[in-house]
Ligand binder design. Sequence first.
Ligand code: 8LQ
Length: 465
Amino acid sequence: MAAMEEWAFPARYDQDYLPDPDSPYWFPVRETMDPAERDAAVLVRLREVMEYAYANSGFYRTKWDAAGLEPADITSFEAFEQVPVVTKAEMRESQANHPPFGDYTCVDRSEIHHIHGTSGTTGAPTAFALGRRDWEVIADNQARILWGMGVRPGDTVFVAALFSLYLGSWGAMTAAERLRCNVLPFGAGAQGMTARAVNWLARIRPAAFYATPSYALRLAEVAEKEKIDPREFGLKVMFFSGEPGASVPSVRRAIEDSFGATVIDCGTMAEMTPFMSASATAGTPDGMLLWQDIVWHEVCDPETFRTVPYGSEGTPVYTHLERTSQPMIRLASNDLTRWVMEDNPCGRTYPKLPDGVYGRIDDMIHIRGENVYPTEVDNYLRTVENYGGEHQIIVRRTGSMDEMIVRAECTLPDGQRSEFESSTGSGLQSFLGVRVTFESVDAQTLERAEHKSRRVVDEREHTRR
Ligand code: 8LQ
């Protein structure tokens, strides 16, 4: 077997490298090799990354000493699964005790190239410190994944996500720059910006587009108002991260139908940047492949954090194979997914998340013994005629019972909605398998997301958040 291309730790990629223009792969060996051989190389790498973190970070040293393990013990994946996971709460605590970046940061402040962070409005934000060299490696990795999506040098990439603390937009931009694309860092979130985006898209006609799925749908609505058909943008590929959507069948279809482009789902977590390591490809456009030689992805039982067999559901746990600034080693995502190992039409030998990441464990609604994912409501409503495009899910406790109210926009005038309400309410109820109180409101009255949607209003006292 040929050697894995540029496989070294710490990583340093040839910044002038570009693949053969006819190759669907950036690194043909790494992407199509026997997965068992790749896993063997990854296991050695995991030990190297752990040795590096043990030597350079008080956080990992303390954590692993307490668990009675050291990097040299990691001689099998079974041993690696004993490494305790890192939680977001631990990272916040580490940053509070060792401000501003926490004692899991392994490089000197002078080596930090970008600072990003969580953008939540409640609680202490977490700061992400990304090293100069890491930034280059991130660009290279994500350029490789964009290549896999079918983006090519010279293509215009339109980035329609927040340029602020959010890493998604910066990661897409940096990747496109490395790929020798021309980048239009349009951004999102400012007053009137969506209508301007529509006009810029129509004028520049980019090949590729990046945003959150919610925002793409919002953009399609605004385009309609501006009397511009989004198909006229001529987009070839639209890639999405940040929230479920691109793998929710009816949401995906709505985006494909509106824009006439291939929809690609990608993304893990900002902490894990290069976050596109879970991503679909041009040849395998559905679900997400796990690019195991960039980030090591495990799908685990959420209680034991041991991997579940292929075919099963669990929570993703991520490990960096190349980051040296803030390496994440077994970061618990708290998300839910299912993984499989099958022949991928694109020829890459990676495992796959066939349904993407469905959502967060915390966002799952437990109602009368049943679990409901908010994305299932979205998936159903988008198939309903006269649905106005936005909804809210209210979860309330009445007495000792939980109640779920779905409030959805309807394009019909008030007074002509009784059939819509009764058929959608009963349809939704049988789709979800739980009792739902269904209400309709006028179209265009619920707030549209400029970033990630927040559709669940959980009024129960005992719920977190
Ligand atoms: N999340 C992110 N991408 C997702 C996807 N494709 N499908 C389902 N859920 C997804 C910068 C990147 O966009 C990653 C990112 O959004 O990082 P954040 O802001 O730290 O949010 C991470 C969370 O977004 C994940 O844990 C998923 O719940 C969701």
